[in-house]
Design a protein around this ligand. Structure first.
Ligand SMILES: Nc1ncnc2c1ncn2[C@@H]1O[C@H](COP(=O)(O)OP(=O)(O)OP(=O)(O)O)[C@@H](O)[C@H]1O
Ligand SMILES: [Mg+2]
Length: 391
């Protein structure tokens, strides 16, 4: 079982049982040890036991009525087991407890009662931070394209960006996570399977099975098609998507995600797994206002600094600068895509994306975007991230 190993330290038996269920419920981690003993000295038997399990994460419960012993244990664990990531679980009503826990070495402070999705997000943040440290393995990069507001052009951008990456670097996939998938229409493809099929068969998903769920475009791009009915994706969990993306990045060099106007826990998780989140907006008050709300929501669990603003259907407005747009949206600018309604709508109607037709200004804009996004790729091998150990 290729998962994160987690130890639970909680004096309260009920809380221990709850945490165990929550950890196992993430599907990306499993509990290897659960103990009621808060270690107090380096010679404590609990320290030796924890060392023996080599747990990658230690959850330490901080009860509201007796936080001192748990905080002391946290500090000791930090000293004695520096390789383990410490997650403190406690109430939010006593700020000094939170501050002391973080000072003692906790890398996360999760609110009690905790949920599976809180834990999953914390595990993803950990994996994402580790990829910056571990560089021994080459894995793909994820670029997620999300709309500031419906109709701003996320699908058009995702499809053309994926084709541009495929053309310049090869080995690219486009994953359609929009509430209703339009990417297949943009590419004139008739998929047999969708992302729902891939996620549903996840328990046995490996890269060769993944290949059987994708639809191939003549350019060589692989499409993992989106849901063809709004209800199709409703029951899929964030943990299942985490596993899907883990498989995808082990197979493709680049994975472009069309999230379009999806704003839920799964979109947030995918943003956390992304190298860059491309926020597509038009230069109007409503889109830029929405952009800042989307950054706030999707970036809430750690991805905020990865958002880049892309101004689509761009026309220069006198008196309104790029800096004004950045301030309004709360994200740095990635670039502009020129306004060309005829080219954009003809491309969708015919299923021939814009960069495949003869529009030099549009093609240039996408080439420029790819150059910016991949600037360091050939210099530095891609760092690893995985929630699932394969060895
Ligand atoms: N650069 C552009 N210039 C002019 N029109 C554009 C441009 N990009 C997209 N459009 C137009 O905007 C409309 C929406 O495009 P698209 O379907 O790509 O957007 P979306 O944001 O993914 O939509 P949804 O919210 O339904 O997912 C289409 O009619 C398309 O032709
Ligand atoms: Mg769309």
């Amino acid at each position: 079982m290729p998962e994160l190993s987690v130890a639970i330290v909680a004096a309260d038996p009920e809380q221990r049982a709850v945490l165990q269920v929550l950890v196992d419920g993430t599907s990306v981690a499993h509990a290897v040890l659960s103990t009621q003993n808060l270690p107090m000295t380096p010679a404590d038997a609990t320290i030796a036991k924890l060392r023996g399990t080599a747990a990658e994460v230690i959850l330490v419960d901080i009860p509201g009525d007796n936080s001192a012993a748990a905080l002391q244990a946290l500090e000791l664990l930090h000293q004695e087991l520096p390789q383990a990531a410490l997650f403190a679980i406690g109430g939010l009503t006593q700020p000094h407890v939170i501050v002391t826990a973080m000072r003692a070495g906790a890398r996360e402070y999760l609110e009690r009662p905790t949920t599976t999705s809180d834990l999953l997000e914390a595990f993803v943040r950990l994996a994402s931070a580790q990829r910056k440290i571990r560089r021994e393995e080459t894995r793909g990069r994820v670029f997620t394209v999300v709309n500031a507001k419906g109709g701003c052009g996320a699908t058009t951008i995702a499809v053309n960006l994926a084709l541009a990456l495929q053309s310049s670097h090869g080995n690219t996939a486009l994953a359609d996570l929009a509430p209703l998938g339009h990417a297949a229409l943009h590419l004139k493809l008739k998929p047999q399977f969708t992302v729902t099929d891939a996620v549903t068969n996840l328990h046995r998903l490996d890269t060769s099975l993944l290949e059987s769920y994708v639809t191939r475009h003549e350019s060589g791009l692989h499409l993992l098609a989106g849901a063809s009915t709004p209800a199709a994706a409703a029951d899929l969990t964030a943990a299942e998507f985490a596993r899907l993306f883990d498989t995808m990045v082990s197979h493709y060099k680049y994975v472009v995600v069309d999230a379009s106007s999806r704003l839920d826990g799964i979109a947030r998780l995918v943003c956390n797994l992304s190298e860059v989140v491309i926020l597509v907006a038009t230069t109007d008050v409503a889109a830029l206002w929405s952009a800042s709300r989307v950054v706030q929501y999707l970036g809430e669990s750690g991805a905020r600094e990865r958002f880049r603003l892309l101004l689509n259907r761009y026309r220069k407005i006198p008196g309104f600068s790029d800096a004004d747009a950045e301030t309004a949206a709360g994200a740095k600018l990635l670039g502009h895509i020129p306004n060309n309604y005829v080219a954009a709508s003809t491309a969708i109607d015919r299923g021939t994306p814009m960069i495949q037709s003869n529009h030099s200004d549009l093609a240039r804009a996408f080439t420029q975007m790819v150059a910016t996004l991949t600037a360091n790729d050939d210099v530095n091998p891609r760092p690893a991230w995985s929630l699932f150990r394969t060895t």
